[in-house]
Structure formats: C-alpha cells, structure tokens
Design a protein around this ligand. Sequence first.
Ligand SMILES: [Mg+2]
Length: 252
Amino acid sequence: MFGSAAALLLFRRESLFCRRWTDALPGSSRWGWGAGIGSPSCTALVVGGKRAAGRGVGMASPRPPKYLLVFDFDETIINENSDGDQGVKMGDFKTVYENIPLSPGMPDLFQFLSKNHELFEIILISDANMFGIECSLRAAGFYSLFRKIFSNPSGFDKRGKILTEYLAERAQEEVEFQRLFYVGDGANDFCPSATLTSADVAFPGRRKGYPMHRLIQEMEKQQPGAFRATVVPWESAAEVARYLQDVLKKKC
Ligand SMILES: [Mg+2]
C-alpha cells in the first residue's frame, strides 16, 4: 500500500512542487502534479469538454450509463488491507479473502447501485491482487456490479493514468459520463481524484485519518480551488449511498 508513512511523507514533499497547466487543445484540459520537470509524480489527461457536454445526440441504444463510479479496494470496499500478513497457507487464501468484512455501509451502497445499475458504470482500481478482489466480491455477491477491475497497478501515478485511459477508451465507444465519483482512502487515490472536474465528487474515507482526505485538505489549504471536485468525506459507505441518492433526486 502507498498509505505507508514513508510514501505519504514522500508525496507530501513532492506536493510542495505541484504544478498545473492547461493544454491549448480545444475541448481538453491537461493537469500535471509533479515534483519538478522530468519527474512528475501524478499526471493525467482529462477530456473535460466532451464529458461536460454529456452524450447528446446519436447515443446508442440501450442508453449508456450517466455516471462513472470508481472504487479503491483495500480499506475502502473492505475494512482492512488484503495484502497484510494473513498468517495462512496459500490454500487458505480463498477462505481468508471470502471472509474479510466489507467496510461499514458498503453492502448498503452496493445494494443501492444494484437497484440503479442502469445509471452507474462501476470500475475498481486497486493495488490488491485480482484473486483476492474476485474472491471477496463474489462472496459478498457484488462481483457483477463491476464492469472492469484493474489490479496491481505499479507506480504512484498509475491510477490516474488508468482512469484517464479508461475515459478515453469509453469516449471512443461513445460513452461519455456526465459526472465521475471516486471512492478511496489512500495517498494513491489522491492523484486520480485530483484530475476530477467541478462536476465530479471525491469520496475520501476519513476513518483513522486516511491519507486521501488529508492530502485533499492540504491541497485546498495550499492552493484554494485547485482541487476542483466536490469533497464528501465518509465514515460509512451508507453516507456515499445517501449522497448518490440525492444526486439522482437532483438535490446535489
Ligand atoms: Mg485503499
């Protein structure tokens, strides 16, 4: 996990030198957060203009989802780090993964998403291994909610890159989301959430003072307005479900 104290300290030091620039290409904006020229720690390209415009005319049938919801796994979907020392034999891993409890309120959130599956496209980006993620989600009965799972991305900036490439891929398939929602907890969730636009929402877990929330707060202090997404901290995922419910009711 990048949530270690060392990684967080490194990222905090780098964040002092963050920079932002705007690409001149029409309909697109480019964001970069880096430690200096030639050594970016957190970069991404977001096609903001197309996304903000929605899908408009010519949309394929059946109607594609309006919203993209991105989940982290460790200490977000589940209530612990699945890569920790489980102290078990390899053959027992399946049982271990199947019995890791979901985070508080997560079943409520998944049930809400199941009921509204036509509106939400859901992906997962995690450092955890695919076997563990699949075991856990299948045991909980929510594996089919996820359109795609990206596991074991290496490098601090990888999640932002994955998200950017996924949006570009879906745009090529004529699926352009009105809003993005990102649910995470760690320092490595900060990079992709920093690429979100003002239409989007970042849900940083604030249990145990998790780094994603602290880094967002730090950025807001250092550069007010630079973090563009709405920030909704949560302790129970039921709070995320309630917020999304309000989105559907157009209250927020
Ligand atoms: Mg995590």
